[in-house]
Design a protein around this ligand. Sequence first.
Ligand code: SF4
Length: 322
Amino acid sequence: MPKDAAGDTIRHDWTADEIAALYELPFAELVFRAQAIHRRHFAPGEVQLSTLLSIKTGGCPEDCAYCPQSARYDTDVKAEKLMDLAAVLNEARAAKAAGAQRFCMGAAWREPKDHELDRVCAMVEGVKALGLETCATLGMLTADQAARLKGAGLDYYNHNLDTSPEFYGEIITTRDYRERLDTLGNVRAAGMKVCCGGIVGMGESRLDRAGLIAALASLPVHPESVPINLLVQVEGTPLAGTEKLDDIEFVRTIAAARIAMPKSMVRLSAGREEMSEAMQALCFLAGANSIFCGPRLLTTPNPGRDADREMMARLGLSPMAR
Ligand code: SF4
């Protein structure tokens, strides 16, 4: 099997059982292996900082059981129209001033319509001109739409697999796994980088968590960014009241992602607000090297920038050099 410059084999044939076997390792052994791989590919202590803005909130026709933006569930989220270009650029300037390297724009759509895509392309051009990396998450994309976003300067497209293929039907019924893979294929074919991860703590089994990591690591090219979200339970969604995932199990998931995808940015995403600093420190030790910063993640709370600056200073972490 071919090895990369760091001597690691970059595999695309991980099975869920093999990943599950990693979970079974003694915790210290698992974290040690993940950290050793991490250090062969990244400067230890460097963390990539991204900011995520909801450019179009709520009113989504899809039925993702975790999501307060689905129009099917009675939550506190109020549907809003697509933001103006000027307002988006103001937010991007503020994010840059606060140290963000990448600016992600999220819209609660099943897929963008062409006139909506025109407006998002203008946002991408504007954010790019500020000197930020650009990312968007707009739902499913056709090959033409992906090419248009690439032409506007979009660096990354986020489209998550969410969970294992086996558990997927428990969470979403309005689009299937194959459609997700097709969008990821269109994004790759257009020449953009891929941000793709999932959510844990949705009531899935360990084998499902392993299956998610195996599915991500089995993509033809590993996603450059792998957001690992811990479910934020929102009142009114079907997953409110789900049994909370054990902290150490979450850290194991981070370690498994690092081992299976040695060169990817593994991002602590949703759920950080409820994580102790000690748990986040363990996640960094297990190979996480990216976070979302800013007080909100789409519609759910996130630690504020001051809290993150203080945490990074205490842990001796620094923003990743671009
Ligand atoms: S996760 Fe995205 S596609 Fe699913 S309901 Fe929420 S906004 Fe819609």
